[in-house]
Design a binder for this molecule. Sequence first.
Ligand code: ZN
Length: 479
Amino acid sequence: MVYESVIGLEVHAQLLTQAKLFCSCSTTVQADANEHACPICLGMPGVLPVLNRQVIDFALRTGLVLQGAIASTCRFARKNYFYPDLPKGYQISQFEEPLIEGGGLTFEVGGVSKDVRLIRIHIEEDAGKSIHGENLADPSKSYVDHNRCGVPLLEIVSTPDLRSPEEAKVYLQTLKTMLEYIEVCDGNMEEGSLRCDANISLRPVGSQELGTRTEIKNLNSFRHVQHALEYEIQRQADILDGGGTIEQETRLFDAARGVTITMRSKEEAHDYRYFPEPDLVPLHIDAAWIERVRQALPELPAAKCQRFVTQYELPKYDAEVLTASRALSDYFEATVQLYPQPKIVSNWVMGDFMRQLNRGALAPQQAPVTPSHLAGMLQLLHDGVISGKIAKTVFDEMYKSGKTARQVVEEQGLLQVSDSAALEDVIQQVLDDNPAQVQDYRAGKQKVFGFFVGQTMKATQGKANPQVVNTLLRKMLAG
Ligand SMILES: [Zn+2]
């Protein structure tokens, strides 16, 4: 039997506010355990939550770019469950009256445009984190860190419009780029600022009926999303081919083994007993508020891509690669500010810079080579202080050490040799060592010229100024 997979994603994005959703505690992750916890986010008796207005601004921004319908009134709801890292015994979320309904995202997979509709976007607070004792003093104990309690999240729920793990991955990448562009989420999946649950079912190709679905919880990298779904498709197909039925259940992805495992069955599913949050009034959003947010929207990827083509006269391909990530486009523009040769900067950013980034899995803003370092190196190259070949070595060394190009060049003696007297000696040696080729050249075999250039560059470890070498060689070979 050939199956079609039907996939939907629920993405949790941590909002980039300074303070938590309902109290003034900091949201920073660089903190000791329980450093950012107060009576409100710990849910002490008698405290009252106060809504952080910026959370609504960020949610509205997201709703606008994802083209959802913004409710004129929305309400918060209590989602009740017991867990050690949830001291209140409930999370404040949204249930029947979310802030945003509908909307969608369009992206390209394998050259084909794909639309995914959204069900809703709602606001909720994060829970804390349980730490089990393997790495702590007493491995038999579990610990709780409340820093994440009350951190604002957006939950973005798609319809099951996705048809392959690849589509799911590209959807998530596109969403991440969008959230980074509008500056509501840093997209850091390793630190958990962006994570997702995936639901998936199979049905025979051509069938309209939905099969029984399973949900895979807490996927925190693009690779995990893709691998978990690939595994789950194979697992479900094997069961269906064997005449079995799929259990509706929640599963976890074991990345080390590349498999999904049962977390809880339908019978064990939580009944969250949602009810309207009694400590918060319904929230009214008027048209003026939405308009203020719309006016302040940052430039979006498609507009920026177009601007890169017109303003910097870059090929469309370059513009697409550079604007695929907000951070990369920022890096490019910061470098061009300092070294206004856009195409040269683009070549270095897309080439050596991205190669190094990918190798170390770093974000552009974390790279040891800053825009000013790169611009400094390009200036040395432009001034003829270093050769094009040496520039690659200098760049790699800058990336390794975090030093400036000038420091690297001085420490390693990589200055380009343009001094004619010094180069004449080297060239004379090359000619003396290769009398047969000299004879060939003088007999009219012009092609041998390249050989002499190569030998001279080799003898100077790539440091010779190629233009000077060319001029000297022609003169000396004419002899
Ligand atoms: Zn607090």
